[in-house]
Design a protein around this ligand. Structure first.
Ligand SMILES: Nc1ncnc2c1ncn2[C@@H]1O[C@H](COP(=O)(O)OP(=O)(O)O)[C@@H](O)[C@H]1O
Ligand SMILES: O=C(O)C1=C[C@@H](OP(=O)(O)O)[C@@H](O)[C@H](O)C1
Ligand SMILES: [Mg+2]
Length: 174
């Protein structure tokens, strides 16, 4: 990634565990934690569904890119939203400023975790088949954007967090 590792970014599909692992990783590594969705909610004073409904998805995507462009803290953990890695500009920023970890979870697990959550507008507005198609079409982009892929199936949040910390320490300073 060139120069010293600064930030750790968690990427992957909705429900793969980015927010949950990021929070735990920040405790374990004693680094500040930013969940991009929460930061955008805080900055706008609106929920994610409200932003989608009132301004549309493209506006939300622009807020995500603006967050990455304007963010200045160097050593920290950032949990992205599931759509962040889909933009080339975002991928470039993430790879230039940190280590990118893809949390790779199987779709049936993901669906079990997200299908009832009203806070994810894309899930709220789509069928299971549509979400599965989106999962498949995004998969290779996550994989290519990441320095490391972490398979999460059959692993607890604690195990995943420990493995993420191990990889981050191993690659520190590269
Ligand atoms: N490996 C795991 N084992 C058990 N529960 C998990 C695991 N990964 C995620 N979860 C749970 O699934 C839900 C969705 O995870 P979350 O971190 O919000 O995903 P994301 O931020 O990637 O959308 C949360 O309740 C989280 O605790
Ligand atoms: O995958 C996506 O397009 C989205 C994922 C969500 O974050 P999580 O991945 O944390 O659920 C949130 O940013 C928004 O609902 C859109
Ligand atoms: Mg999240």
């Amino acid at each position: 990634m060139g120069g010293r590792m600064k930030r750790i970014y968690l990427i992957g599909f909705m429900g793969c565990g980015k927010s949950a692992v990021g929070r735990r990783l920040s405790f374990l590594m004693k680094l500040p934690f930013y969940d991009m969705d929460k930061e955008i909610v805080r900055q706008t004073g609106m929920t994610i569904p409200e932003i989608f409904d009132q301004y549309g998805e493209e506006h939300f995507r622009d807020l995500e890119t603006a967050f990455l462009e304007n963010f200045s803290n160097s050593r920290c953990i950032i949990s992205t939203g599931g759509g962040v890695a889909m933009r080339e500009r975002n991928r470039k920023i993430m790879r230039e400023t940190g280590l990118v970890l893809f949390l790779d979870a199987p779709f049936r697990e993901i669906w079990r975790r997200i299908h009832k959550d009203p806070n994810r507008p894309i899930v709220r507005d789509s069928t299971r088949e549509e979400i599965e198609a989106m999962f498949k079409s995004r998969y290779r982009t996550y994989k290519a954007a990441a320095h490391i892929t972490i398979r999460t199936e059959f692993r607890t949040l604690r195990q995943i967090t420990q493995y993420a910390a191990f990889q981050a320490n191993r690659l520190k300073g590269e």
